[in-house]
Design a protein around this ligand. Structure first.
Ligand SMILES: *[C@@H]1O[C@H](CO)[C@@H](O)[C@H](O)[C@H]1NC(C)=O
Ligand SMILES: *[C@@H]1O[C@H](CO)[C@@H](O)[C@H](O)[C@H]1NC(C)=O
Length: 266
């Protein structure tokens, strides 16, 4: 395509010399513009191809994505989180992963469990950030001190550093962990109190399957279900104040590592 346009340009140049100067200038300009467009297209193709095959880890603001759960896809998110044999960063797994799940996650409809979860204890994990998303936007976050943690115990009130939920630090909680309420299978659970279904209040809960309370089994909704408070404080789950998130992600900051991209480019 590139070579074709080049020879076309050359041919036209030779022809044009003999013709009227105004016309030739216009034609020449058009051809140059066409050529420039082709170059831009080729550049875009090359860069999008390498973005997909080369970028091994998703990074944002110094954080690396460790885990991502997508709501409503009918695949249990917490089960993926605790599946210690699953590593979505393995070359074979990565090779068969659609591009949208490797770069721009907006259109990705599968869970991601990265090597970071598998090798958590061997990595110098400094900070862990839990983020809740809706319509492609981060809605709420909680930052934890990851020093000396395991992939399953970082989500705890004693490690809480800061949050977009301003009352989280000062409020009492009866559940605050990834494991959550084992009996009711309420995961990634940050709950204030139990007070009958209608009085249950908190900030976040993930459900992979049905529940005793109506708010955790709304009709016509596919699991996983990610319920969160969209305001700055806790809410009653069984109220109009609750919202459903599209996804939930766990990001980590490694001590002394600012970016993993350099490894990829070499
Ligand atoms: C990701 O994909 C969506 C939908 O295709 C698009 O609207 C959005 O702009 C993309 N974001 C980036 C950063 O490329
Ligand atoms: C994180 O926890 C470690 C170990 O308890 C402590 O030494 C460190 O100061 C804490 N960091 C922050 C930012 O709180």
């Amino acid at each position: 395509m590139f070579r074709f346009v080049s020879s076309l340009l050359l041919l036209s140049l030779l022809t044009l010399v003999k013709t009227n100067e105004d016309t030739s200038t216009t034609k020449l300009r058009t051809l140059i513009e066409q050529l420039q467009q082709e170059v831009v297209e080729i550049k875009n193709q090359v860069s999008s191809a390498s973005r997909c095959s080369c970028q091994e880890f998703i990074e944002e603001d110094g954080y690396i994505l460790a885990f991502r759960m997508v709501a409503g896809i009918g695949d249990k998110g917490y089960s993926v989180f605790v599946d210690e044999n699953r590593d979505d960063d393995l070359p074979l797994v990565r090779a068969v992963t659609p591009c949208e799940c490797r770069s721009n996650l907006t259109d990705c409809n599968r869970h991601y469990r990265g090597s970071i979860l598998r090798y958590w204890s061997r990595l110098a994990i400094q900070t862990v950030k839990l983020v809740v998303y809706k319509e492609g936007q981060a809605k709420q976050y909680v930052v934890f001190n990851g020093t000396g943690s395991t992939y399953s115990n970082w989500m705890s009130p004693t490690r809480l550093v800061e949050s977009s939920w301003v009352d989280l630090k000062s409020s009492k909680t009866n559940f605050f962990s990834t494991t959550g309420d084992v009996g009711l299978k309420r995961r990634f659970y940050m709950n204030h109190v139990y007070n009958g279904c209608s009085g249950d209040s908190g900030w976040l809960v993930v459900k992979d399957e049905t529940d005793d309370c109506g708010y955790a089994k709304p009709s016509g909704v596919k699991y996983p279900l990610i319920l969160y408070s969209p305001s700055f404080s806790l809410v009653q789950y069984q109220s109009a104040a609750i919202d459903r998130a599209d996804s939930l992600a766990v990001w980590v900051k490694l001590s002394g590592v600012n970016s993993l991209k350099a490894v990829c480019q070499n």
